[in-house]
Ligand binder design. Structure first.
Ligand code: SF4
Ligand code: SF4
Length: 173
């Protein structure tokens, strides 16, 4: 490996402020770098990472050769990933809520139908024959039918007996 391809040795930040002075977007790359190292995402957001144009002026002037642009790009990717995860979780939550609401609505409809059915059954059970539309059978008609049936059976029984016995029946006062 030639001397030109060997990356300069990275050293700790000396807080010189050169990166901030070089930034055309008026950002503080040093502060963003420390926030990214600590994964302090609220601080990264406050530092307006999204405003970085990735021009790498900060990295070029850094005397400690800190790969600021790599850190800044990683931070942007990570923020996009987090945003995507949030949207996915929101969508899943919305789907879950919609399903819960649909199931609850369907349960309510089933319960309402069940209540209606049992109320109808109760009304029919309590209804008088007229209200239920049933035919009203008179008790006298029932008794008359029973008497007719009995008379018919007795007539049949008499017909089966011998002529002499039938004659005796007639002679009996
Ligand atoms: S890469 Fe971003 S933070 Fe660095 S100087 Fe350019 S705009 Fe500023
Ligand atoms: S230029 Fe480099 S050393 Fe100086 S403050 Fe920025 S990150 Fe630190």
């Amino acid at each position: 490996m030639s001397a030109e391809t060997v990356p300069p040795l990275q050293r700790p930040c000396i807080h010189c402020g050169d990166c901030a002075r070089a930034c055309p977007a008026a950002l503080d790359p040093q502060a963003l770098f420390f926030a990214l190292v600590a994964e302090d995402w609220p601080a990264v957001q406050r530092g307006r990472l999204d405003a970085c144009t990735e021009c790498n002026r900060c990295g070029e002037v850094c005397p400690s050769h800190i790969p600021l642009l790599d850190w800044l790009r990683w931070g942007k990717t990570e923020l996009r990933r987090q945003q995507w995860m949030r949207e996915r979780a929101d969508a899943a939550r919305a789907r879950h809520e919609a399903r819960k609401a649909r199931l609850s609505r369907e349960r309510g409809q089933r319960e309402a139908a069940r209540t209606t059915r049992s109320a109808q059954a109760e009304v029919i059970a309590r209804a008088t024959p007229d209200q239920a539309g049933a035919t009203v059978i008179d008790k006298a008609d029932v008794m008359a039918a029973i008497a007719r049936g009995r008379a018919h059976r007795e007539a049949l029984a008499r017909a089966k007996r011998s002529p002499a016995a039938r004659r005796d029946d007639k002679d009996t006062p």
